[in-house]
Design a protein around this ligand. Sequence first.
Ligand code: URA
Ligand code: URA
Length: 195
Amino acid sequence: MENEFEKLRADILQCRKCHLWQSRHHVIFGEGHPHAGVFIIGEAPGRDEDLNGRPFIGKSGQLLDKILFACGFSRQEHVFISNIVRCRPPDNRVPTTEEAAICLPWLMRQIELVDPKILVFLGATALKHMAGPEHRITRERGQWMFWQERWAMPVYHPAALLRDPGLKRDTWEDFKKIVAKYRELVNPGHLAPHC
Ligand code: URA
Ligand code: URA
């Protein structure tokens, strides 16, 4: 199993299936526990991630880490963080439908190997490509959905929280539901400093 994960990493790091490889510095494989209970799906790497090879390390990532900390979650132990696409789209534009479709099989394989109990769709792009283009983050955030026999929760992207801090209150309620589900499905004794 660990070998499968390392083989997948090696394959992903060499990917040239779409044209984004031409402008990338790094492929961002993803980061976290290989058998995490919670699998978080963002949009795409930005500039900081492209330069460093790790997901969510810029401003959005710092906010995400604060939220995870409040939930008692760490990247080392409880979550795996990935994205809809694994290479930075130029100028941080939203990935195209074609780029997302080409990269999606990598994400599916990661989910299969990590085998999480809970998926978190972080923002409109993740929700759209995982659940379908008709889904709306503003309407569906905070509501559990079933995605291929797993529990999935759409929540606002941390970049949206940075643009509009008024959304943080709702997001906190959503993450409390995620912690409650984690206690139900993964570890009843899970400790969280703030919920
Ligand atoms: N925003 C994302 O959606 N993903 C990252 O990895 C970084 C910022
Ligand atoms: N718009 C987005 O693109 N993402 C969100 O999470 C919320 C609004």
